[in-house]
Design a protein around this ligand. Structure first.
Ligand code: PEP
Ligand code: MG
Length: 323
């Protein structure tokens, strides 16, 4: 079975009726990039840059530049989405994050920290722009919940770029995207879509915040329901708004590793799926076994349902034999 999966590597991630789904890998350590194409990924859909900050003292511009450059050069000509520092919540960065917050997931984290600590943010942005010698970098902004935050973050990117250009560097154009992982972002998604180049749905946080279910609390794991109608509706609204503006939507949460979720996401119109590298081939196999028209109809049917249990029962009945 392992061997069968490996034959998938060279095959296109295309549904039987010809819809191409981009499959990318999520990584946390730069050297993981050395292997992702072996698993059949055609790019990095999420590099969690905060992992570079889990050490004593924040990494310097030079240190960051070399880490980012490693990934970008290894992946060239494929695209690499690097997410800016997403510290806080369950990912405390010593010397940066606040300790003893009573609600860390809703606290001083992620883009909020970067906008308050411009020194850290600008250093990271300079390193990113300098590392982009191949032009395959895409910058992803986490936890965006308002237009003000998006515009302030974009202004920081413009500031870092201006500094570097004034220092004589020639820099390629960079696509900028927003994570969609806070319900407020979905409620203003049509406005966000006008000011970014792509969206990436962080379903781990989006499910947590939409259902008010702490993603790390074992007492309520049953309530963490990716197929809850509220979650599916959020994903669908994001896709509709993005496509109206002609920008693509990726999903980079854990949801991409569940076969039933994969066909729902494809049916809802998601363009790209990004996941742990070793799930890419299994996902490709699923995509190659389905018809887009069929999963689209299934997704539209499911959007009318009123609870996750009905959705799961429907999916199981319809697809348990296929996948
Ligand atoms: C997410 O929230 O779904 C996500 C991809 O980011 P993280 O798991 O790093 O919060
Ligand atoms: Mg997240």
């Amino acid at each position: 079975q392992r061997r069968e999966l490996f034959t998938m590597r060279q095959l296109e991630p295309m549904t039987r009726d010809g819809k191409y789904i981009v499959l990318h890998a999520n990584i946390e350590i730069p050297t993981e990039a050395d292997k992702v194409t072996d698993f059949g990924a055609t790019g990095i859909g999420l590099y969690r840059s905060e992992f570079l900050f889990f050490r004593k003292g924040t990494p310097t511009e030079k240190e960051q530049e070399s880490a980012y450059r490693h990934i970008l050069e290894k992946m060239d000509p494929y695209p690499v989405v690097i997410r800016t520092l997403d510290a806080g919540g369950d990912k405390l960065v010593s010397g940066v994050s606040a300790v003893n917050e009573s609600n860390p997931f809703m606290g001083w984290r992620s883009i909020r920290v970067c906008l308050d600590r411009e020194d850290i943010f600008i250093t990271q942005l300079r390193a990113l722009l300098l590392a982009n010698t191949k032009g395959n970098l895409r910058i992803l902004l986490p936890m965006i919940s308002s237009m003000t935050e998006l515009r302030r973050a974009k202004a920081c990117i413009a500031k870092a770029r201006k500094q570097l250009e004034d220092e004589g560097h020639k820099l390629p154009v960079v696509k900028i995207g927003s994570m969609i992982e806070v319900p407020a972002a979905v409620m203003i998604v049509d406005k966000l879509a006008k000011e970014v180049d792509f969206f990436s749905l962080g379903t781990n946080d989006l499910i947590q915040f939409t259902l008010a279910v702490d993603r790390t609390n074992e007492l309520i794991t049953d309530m963490f329901q990716p197929h809850h109608p509220a979650v599916l509706s959020m994903i669908y609204q994001t896709v509709v708004a993005a496509h109206r503006e002609g920008i693509p939507v990726a999903v980079c949460g854990e949801m991409c590793t569940d076969p039933m979720s994969v066909l729902l996401l494809v049916g809802l119109g998601v363009d790209e799926l990004s996941m742990t590298p070793w799930s890419v081939m299994t996902t490709k196999k699923i995509i190659r076994s389905i018809n887009f028209e069929d999963v689209r109809d299934a997704a539209l049917t499911v959007l009318q349902m009123d609870d996750a249990e009905s959705v799961n029962e429907f999916l199981h009945k319809k697809y348990a034999q296929t996948i």
